[in-house]
Design a protein around this ligand. Sequence first.
Ligand SMILES: O=C(CO)COP(=O)(O)O
Length: 253
Amino acid sequence: MKKYLIAGNWKMNKSIAEAKAFAVQLKGEYIEHPEQLVIIAPFTQLETLKKELSETGIRVGAQNVHYEKSGAFTGEISVPMLKELGVDMCVVGHSERREYFGETDSRVNLKVKALINAGITPILCVGESLEIREAGNAMLFVSGQIAEDLDGLSAAEVSDVVIAYEPIWAIGTGKTASPEQAEEMCGFIRGMVEGMYGAETAETLIIQYGGSMKPSNAPELLAKPDINGGLIGGASLEVDSFMEIAKAANKLQ
Ligand SMILES: O=C(CO)COP(=O)(O)O
């Protein structure tokens, strides 16, 4: 059976009450593979979501983390703090963090390592801008990101990482990468991981596509052999559209 991970990245949206209402509604749905779902929420909602979803098998993730365990880092949240809440996954290196908050590959690398050491699955985001794609350098750029972001990790550690390919030009724009474009890059990433860490690690690696994924385009994207799910922004904010995407994955299994 092909593995999928359908992740809703809520970004900076929802109140605690809204997060709870979403979880309650989600629990009312028939969910074939709850272990394939994860809600990536703002820090303030994590405790509520963990509580509400505790018996369901649906996982909960954070959107960012600091790599130091504690210290004078005002405004930051550490890996042990996420661990204390029972957080299962954490997005690292989202393009919005890279663009607006100066997240560098070397910091992304430290975050990935800190999360793996604590047993929290990193969802590592990579992806090129439109300018880079149009210059014909998308693969060169993405391979550079992956090489730096995974630097120093063993094959066993890379097996614990999820990679999300999110072309910046497709995020929040309504402009999706075509299934062929998405597959081309996800296949390229898998090939790169195979070259670096071996066939076994590459075969089991979960590679998501992200960027305006929605119920209408999800079936075609998810059908591609190297795409193991989605990192979904806008369409994850409503249970109905999120579940439609999850069901599209189940139909392919
Ligand atoms: O950035 C994304 C998920 O991390 C994609 O967001 P949209 O689905 O809203 O384009």
